[in-house]
Ligand binder design. Structure first.
Ligand SMILES: [Zn+2]
Length: 341
């Protein structure tokens, strides 16, 4: 986690954090929320480094404290350990955090507990933490990162400051990727798929698995366009047993369905998904209610995977629903309407 490299975009959020710090009024609980890849954890690490580094332009990236932070070896900063298949936090872990709160910091005057990626943090562990978040010792700060603010209970959320992290512009994203040594062509390719999400663009450029997931998504979209259920089933099977990869696939698929819905009305509207061409073709074929049904089917599959439902089962239900939605959705909804009457 780099504590001092340039952070692109999100100027007003960073300004808010800087002001809180300058006034000595840093919130003791902060949730940074936004899609995966937007830099929430990097921002949390930089916030911590800014408060702990004693250099004039903190974080300096060079001092003993910054070096400890960079290696995640600072004794007063705990990136709370995940556990379980879904990546939540165990009751024992949260209890150990609560027990640790009373011990003053050993290096500086602040102690940090980072609950990163807390999307699967269950209500029970949140309730265990509630009292600590309500009345933490003066030196304790809690940082949470999640894709959606709704993952935290209203009781927890009401005690902390929630800040949204947004994608950067495509130009900023190209610059950030170029700075890391990628060719203009590679940057353009990645930005065409993941737009202003620097983390996702990097994963696309650096990880075979991410590139394959994008390819599978495009194949699935193509098979919906061609009404080819067999290929779509094969595509879903190619995702294997990797739940998080399947969820990434569903997110990408859903974005292209949303793009298709938008492009039905505005053919040249900018895309948020990975397949602009597929979105345009899909827009020509789908009725609005068909697109809506497909979107709902993807959401159902996503919720099923998040709830640990059997993966092949959830995906084959999705394939059938997509084929259905792509063909006679408007006709069927008319019939259904008649039955209800
Ligand atoms: Zn430093």
């Amino acid at each position: 986690m780099s504590t001092h490299t340039k952070f692109y975009g999100n100027e007003s959020l960073r300004q808010n954090l800087r002001q809180m710090q300058a006034r000595g009024r840093m919130a003791h609980g902060i949730l940074l929320h936004g899609a995966a890849g937007l830099g929430k954890k990097t921002l949390a690490a930089q916030l911590i480094a800014g408060m702990l580094c004693q250099a004039e332009h903190a974080p300096c990236g060079n001092c003993r404290i910054c070096r400890m932070l960079e290696k995640q070896q600072h004794p007063d900063v705990r990136w709370v350990e995940h556990s379980g298949k879904l990546g939540g936090f165990s009751v024992e872990t949260v209890r150990s955090v609560c027990a640790d709160l009373a011990i003053p910091p050993s290096e500086g005057d602040a102690k940090f507990y980072v609950f990163a990626d807390c999307d699967a943090m269950d209500p029970r562990t949140q309730n265990l933490l509630l009292k600590a978040v309500e009345e933490p010792p003066d030196y304790v700060y809690f940082l949470f990162t999640a894709e959606s603010p709704a993952v935290l209970l209203p009781t927890v959320r009401s005690r902390i400051v929630s800040e949204a992290v947004f994608p950067v512009t495509e130009a900023e994203c190209r610059e950030a990727l170029g700075e890391r040594g990628f060719s203009p062509e590679a940057c353009e390719d990645a930005v065409g798929v993941f737009h202003g999400n620097i983390g996702r663009c990097l994963a696309y450029l650096e990880e075979d698995a991410m590139r394959e997931t994008v390819t599978l998504t495009k194949t699935a979209i193509n098979s919906i366009i061609k009404k080819d259920e067999y290929t779509m089933l094969q595509t879903a099977a190619a995702l294997g047993k990797d739940r998080s990869r399947a969820m990434q696939f569903l997110l990408l698929l859903d974005r292209t369905i949303r793009d298709a819905m938008v492009r039905k009305h505005q053919p040249n509207a900018p895309c948020i998904g990975c397949d602009a061409e597929g979105a345009s073709l899909l827009a020509r074929q789908l009725s609005s209610s068909g697109a809506q049904n497909m979107h709902l089917a993807v959401n159902r599959a996503y919720a099923a995977l998040a709830a640990n439902v059997n993966l092949p089962l959830a995906l084959s239900a999705l394939c059938a629903a997509c084929m259905d939605a792509g063909t006679a959705s408007s006709l069927r909804s008319q019939k259904k309407g008649r039955k209800l009457l």
